[in-house]
Design a protein around this ligand. Structure first.
Ligand code: ARG
Length: 463
């Protein structure tokens, strides 16, 4: 292995071993190898097309790059931190395979625009994969909602029982969240999908390159409009990290609910044994480690976003070596997010909801108090007055350990004379739920329609 550097011409001393080890990024950026090779092959074809190298040279280079790819994929390729990064590894090995013609690969290019291209190519694929994984996760919620359409549960605000909702409605709230995440990632693709080659180090190149042709070969709809921006810009990484962070917020909230709901205190759901763990000392324990770890891993993803924002914030234009630090947060975020989506998509279909416990919880705690106020409004009372009146009813019932619908008609009439026995049907769990027909509300008919709409969207977006 040579430790010759492309910049040896100017330097009087060999690089200190400690500097080689310190500046090397090969352990991390080797993951870009396939995209680096694809980018180089497109670059070669463009160089030939523009008469900067010959067609035969381009052919040799592309074939040699293919050999390098196979070596890396078979595990035969030798990595060495003296060669710094994946770009230099591939170019160095290409030199050994195809000989001197390899020295032409880097014509009209710098590692600055090269690495920008590689990360864009990589991220484009990664985001495509994540959108597919999110599709599977969104499908889980729609399937679960369809399977559990008749389960009522308490809806909460401040984690206090508020108003009853259908479990399916609650589950479809997650469908909405992950649909937004998918759209957010997809939207970011517009900014990822811009081709930076041609910027070279920062100022553009003197060679008569055809950037649009390279873009076309690599499936980019656009070319970076400013060479300085092309090598300085990591906004697309920041955008991805923030979209990933928001998605982790959603996963973490879901995780938190699963932890709560599977506790004896709630008892709303049983986690599948295959997705739980036990205790090494307490024989009775069944712990929700999977959701706990998803919740916990959100911390590192948010940290990566902060790290990258901080790395970028003080950098003068154009490229700075600091930017090499973008890959670790990017890769780790991608792996964490993908792992969390995958494990939840595997676990969710196996959740067993406890309909009785949910219904019982929804039936106590005055979750129909708003509906009694609405009933009084129907009888001509202004809402604020009705609110105060029902407040007194609740206080009266609380003292007696009863629910509103467990009071007698006479007791209710003592608060407001114009109440009839139809109030009891009006206050029943199903009536309370089904009265919420406003768009996006929890009435069974609405939820069924939302379910059908979601299925249609998922069908149309099938990866
Ligand atoms: N390994 C470098 C990175 O990831 C590649 C670009 C190096 N450019 C340079 N001028 N040293 O950013």
């Amino acid at each position: 292995m040579t430790s010759q550097k492309p910049w040896d011409g100017r330097f009087g001393q060999a690089t200190d071993r400690r500097v080689e080890a310190f500046t090397s990024s090969i352990d991390i950026d080797r993951r870009l190898y396939a995209h680096d090779i694809a980018g180089s092959q497109a670059h070669c074809r463009m160089l030939a097309e523009c008469g900067i190298i010959t067609a035969d040279e381009a052919k040799q280079l592309c074939a040699g790059l293919e050999t390098v790819r196979l070596e890396i994929e078979s595990g035969r390729f030798v990595f060495d931190d003296r060669l710094e990064d994946i770009h230099m590894h591939i170019e160095n090995r290409l030199r050994q395979i195809v000989g001197k013609v390899a020295l032409k690969l880097h014509t009209a290019r710098s590692r600055n625009d090269q690495v920008a291209l590689d990360v864009r190519l990589f991220l484009r694929d990664a985001v495509g994969g994540l959108i597919g994984e999110l599709h599977a996760l969104r499908t889980c919620f729609v399937d679960l909602a369809g399977k559990n359409l008749d389960i009522a549960m308490p809806g909460y605000t401040h984690l206090q029982r508020a108003q009853p909702v259908l479990l399916a409605h609650h589950l479809l709230a997650y469908y909405e969240m992950f649909t937004r995440d998918s759209r957010r990632l997809d939207d970011g693709l517009k900014r990822i999908n811009v081709m930076p080659l041609g910027a070279a180090a920062l100022a553009g190149t003197t060679y008569p390159v055809d950037c649009r042709y390279t873009a076309e070969l690599l499936g980019f709809p656009a070319v970076c409009a400013n060479s300085i921006d092309a090598v300085s810009d990591r906004d697309f990484v920041l955008e991805f990290l923030s979209a990933a962070s928001i998605c982790m917020v959603h996963l973490s909230r879901l995780a938190e609910e699963l932890v709560l709901w599977s506790s004896s205190e709630f008892g709303f759901v049983t986690l599948p044994d295959a997705f739980a763990t036990g205790s090494s000392i307490m024989p009775q324990k069944k712990n929700p480690d999977v959701p706990e770890l998803v919740r916990g891993k959100s911390g590192s993803v948010f940290g990566h976003l902060m790290a990258m924002l901080t790395t970028m914030k003080g950098l003068p234009l154009a490229y700075d070596r600091d930017m090499q630090e973008d890959k670790k947060p990017l890769f780790e975020t991608l792996d964490t997010l993908s792992g969390c989506i995958g494990i939840f998509a595997a676990m969710l279909p196996k959740l067993a909801f406890k309909a009785d416990a949910m219904r019982n919880a929804a039936s106590s705690g005055f979750l129909n108090a708003t509906d009694m106020a609405d009933y009084l409004v129907g009888r001509g009372m202004p809402f604020r007055e009705a609110h105060a009146c029902v407040g007194r009813v609740v206080s009266y019932a609380l003292e007696r350990g009863r629910e509103i619908n467990e009071l007698s008609l006479e007791e209710l009439r003592a608060f407001f004379a114009d109440i009839d026995k139809d109030i009891f049907t009006a206050l029943s769990l199903t009536a309370v739920i089904d009265r919420r027909k406003s768009f996006g509300g929890t009435a069974r008919g609405n939820v069924k329609a939302a379910l059908a709409a979601a299925r249609k969207v998922l069908d149309a977006e099938k990866p």
